[in-house]
Write a protein that binds this ligand. Structure first.
Ligand SMILES: [Zn+2]
Length: 295
């Protein structure tokens, strides 16, 4: 059983663009797929490669983790947090997939390849972290609260949480004169929406990515909060169904099969008005939008 988390329509896209970065829905689908297999499992060992990821792997990770029980896996932004306990001792294995990372199960005894950087050993198949570009992270945080880790402490609101709403967005946008797309992409404001879902949510809400955040009306913010939830939730559902399919398949790699209205569709017709989808650069990232539908 091997999962690759991409968002690709066809093999042609894979060849042309490589795997796009895992975003919130992919990480959530990853969490949902790992949890039933690993919850309650005791860690019997850890194997790490000598290469550094975005940060070096923690020293002594084997001694830190061996013997601990994984009681839960939660997600914060694009971080996966494994709640690992030994008696009353609590600590968190923190994994970020970076730009090209993926977690998958391989049979016990299968030797790691050159892009495999971390194995978590339990009585289940090996959980293996593969990351060709090595922008991912494997970290450890001691204590009961993972938010105490510096990388998590500054993260913004969870877009799928109860607290996230149109009113919340409206308040958050008041002080920001940057383009609304850039504010949506700022993880210190909202955790992990990502480029694809920011473009798609703005299209569905009829808001131009170029509009200054503090010039988005309350009514538009209410629409936007709804479309952000919808696009993320739809992607999670699609990923969940692809996992169910692949579980019954030959174990080959699988990708999300999602169609986007504007993302990656420069010069193609807008599905709503038939106008032409435009691509621009904002804060170093591509934004796609329909100038006819998005004001
Ligand atoms: Zn349009």
């Amino acid at each position: 059983m091997v999962f690759h988390f991409g968002r690709l329509r066809d093999n042609k896209t894979i060849v042309q663009q490589g795997y796009p970065m895992p975003e919130l829905p992919e990480v959530e689908v990853c969490r949902l797929s790992l949890l039933p297999a690993l919850a309650g499992q005791r860690v019997t060992g850890v194997r790490t490669s000598t290469k550094d990821l975005r940060q070096p792997l923690p020293a002594e990770l084997h001694h830190t983790l061996a013997g601990r029980r994984i009681v839960d896996i939660i997600r914060r932004g694009k971080y996966l947090l494994f709640d690992c306990r030994r008696g009353r001792q609590r600590g968190w294995l923190i994994i970020h997939l970076g730009m090209s990372g993926n977690l998958h199960f391989v049979p016990a005894g299968q030797a790691p390849g050159r892009h495999d950087h971390f194995d978590l050993l339990t009585n289940r198949p090996i959980l293996r972290f593969t990351d060709p570009r090595r922008f991912g992270l494997i970290l450890w945080h001691d204590g009961a609260d993972p938010e105490g880790h510096p990388l998590l402490a500054g993260l913004g609101i969870e877009p799928l949480s109860e607290e996230f709403s149109g009113k919340w967005l409206y308040r958050a946008f008041r002080q920001r004169s940057a383009p609304v797309k850039n504010v949506l992409m700022d993880a210190r404001t909202i955790a992990g929406i990502g480029n694809i879902y920011a473009s798609e949510s703005l299209f569905r809400a009829g808001i131009s990515p170029l509009r200054a955040a503090n010039r988005v009306s309350l009514a538009a913010c209410l629409r936007l909060a709804k479309t952000i939830r919808e696009t993320l939730q739809e992607a999670i559902s699609a990923g969940g169904s692809s996992i169910r399919d692949y579980r019954h398949s030959d174990g080959g790699s699988g990708c999300f099969q999602l169609e986007y209205a504007v993302y990656g569709r420069e010069h193609q017709p807008c599905p709503r008005c038939g106008g032409t989808v435009r691509k621009i650069r904002q804060a170093g990232r591509s934004s796609y939008y329909c100038p006819g539908c998005q004001k």
